[in-house]
Design a protein around this ligand. Structure first.
Ligand SMILES: [Zn+2]
Ligand SMILES: [Zn+2]
Length: 293
């Protein structure tokens, strides 16, 4: 969606499931376009326009649909009429526009989560020898906390993999509940999250300055970092590592232990608290997660 006032594209994200539905619907339209009358082509394109919209821009753009229609007609006019495809749409002209609309919509609806491979766009070229790793980690450990790192005083580290891609692990943090973050990722990327750490979101361990804790984990695994292109959400994700989940869990647990010793001088250093106290506090932690981690 391009805003008329600024000419800038809307930055709101669209659920991965909707993006996949758009792709499948666009494929169907391309396949059938030659055989469709203008009324059926128009309702298909209207569906496509509406599906690709964020929750803030839900109004059909009739001008955009009209432009698509004329562009498609410009192409198909010169093509010979195709042999109608097999299947329920083999005689699309016999369906009413309403029936056709429901049919093409439900047929293009994706079922289940996306299982396509994550495409590696870039692999880290950081040195992987022990001395380099040690140096990277030590300098991050000694660095004073940045303003952003200070802003988030408590949170949880988490790691997960996605089905069909067990060789890559995502390591992130959240200042909210891990289960909520899982749901957000699942919705955005339309991929089923397989938790690696914690195995059960209820077992998440509260850490101080989780942003720094995350940065320390990333520093230790920097040489394994990969940037992945994720089909459904169209984004490239930066916080993925080509390691086994056992390694990721080990790294997270080690830094969780060290951070618990309060090296960055928490204003209220009460990390010796018992599990009851932690459980009581967990639900009231709000904000701080910008959705990028
Ligand atoms: Zn929008
Ligand atoms: Zn994604």
């Amino acid at each position: 969606m391009i805003a008329k006032s600024t000419g800038e594209r809307c930055q709101k994200s669209i659920a991965g499931r909707n993006m996949r539905h758009c792709d499948k619907l666009a494929d169907e339209i391309a396949r059938l376009a030659v055989n469709l009358d203008d009324a059926k082509l128009k309702v298909s394109l209207e569906k496509l326009d509406l599906l690709g919209r964020c929750p803030a821009h839900t109004k059909l753009d009739a001008a955009r649909v009209a432009k698509w229609l004329s562009q498609i007609r410009g192409i198909t006019r010169s093509l010979p009429r195709a042999v109608a495809p097999a299947g329920p749409l083999s005689m699309p002209t016999l369906q009413s526009v309403k029936e056709f609309e429901q049919d093409i919509y439900s047929r293009s609806t994706p079922s289940g989560y996306d299982e396509s491979p994550l495409r590696i766009v870039h692999r880290s070229d950081e040195p992987s020898d022990d001395a380099s790793i040690h140096q990277r980690v030590t300098s991050k450990w000694r660095e004073p906390l940045t303003k952003e790192e200070q802003e988030v005083e408590r949170g949880f580290l988490y790691a997960y993999t996605v089905k069909e891609n067990p060789e890559y692990v995502k390591i992130g943090y959240t200042s909210r509940e891990v289960a909520i973050r899982h749901i957000e990722w699942q919705t955005a990327c339309d991929r089923q999250v397989a938790a690696a750490y914690p195995l059960d979101p209820k077992d998440a361990v509260l850490v101080s300055y989780p942003r720094r804790a995350e940065a320390l984990c990333h520093a230790e695994l920097e040489h394994c970092r990969v940037r992945v292109a994720c089909g459904p959400c169209r984004a490239q994700h930066e916080e993925w590592f080509e390691v086994s989940w056992e390694v990721a869990v080990h790294v997270i647990q080690e830094w969780t232990k060290r951070i618990a010793k309060n090296p960055y001088g928490m204003s209220t250093p009460n990390f010796g608290e018992g599990p009851q106290e932690m459980n009581r506090r967990r639900p009231v932690i709000e904000g701080g997660d910008d959705g990028q981690n």
